[in-house]
Design a protein around this ligand. Sequence first.
Ligand SMILES: [Fe+2]
Length: 247
Amino acid sequence: MSATAEGNRGFFVHQFELGPMDNFIYLVGDRTTRECAVVDPAWNFEVILEEAARLEVEIRHLLCTHSHFDHVNEVETLLEYTDSQVHMLAPEIDFSGFRCENLVHHSAGDVLEIGADCRITFMHTPGHTPGSTCYWVNDRIVTGDTLFVNGCGRCDFVGGDPETMHATLWSLVKELPGETIVFPGHNYGESPSSTLDAELKTNRWLALPTLREFVEHRMEGRQAGTVLPAPAWPPAQGRPGRPTSIR
Ligand SMILES: [Fe+2]
């Protein structure tokens, strides 16, 4: 269930998979102060707390790439167990109406520093939702439902926009260093992480030569304005049925 992606400097990015929708959750923090953020706190707060305890780090921040339930559905519970600030881009808060205690409204370009060595930049990467965020952490980027390994987020859900997604994806691969490591919001690819260079070469959505083809393929068989249905969780018994794919 767990894969560790530790940097060799003073920060860490720890990835683990959780829940019925192949979500990746991340602990991102500073090795010296042992403080960290949870990126996309969802599905099982006990496992998230156990991972933090196992790494001997303290959760001080909850970072949301966007407001969909599979990225935020343990925010409230984790606020009961940790002394944390919750971070989301203002356009996503405005779009979704998301509210909780200790909510910090952010703008693109904001920086959250954890300790001396973990510097997290908030990037506005709309397309999947109007206020989707990628978190740029030194030489890594946590991409939520914007960029997957050989994939990208759906653009037909309420607030999604395929033309905007196309612009977002190309700005990521053109403007950030190619060796930047990509940590996606779901385990949908052949590997749990990638690089921007590798995605530029192999991602099927970046292989489409025109915006028109991207929009046509991304929306094929989809209806703009689709509501993302939340699965019953926790399951009454056994494993839940497989909910809607957000691939
Ligand atoms: Fe999503």
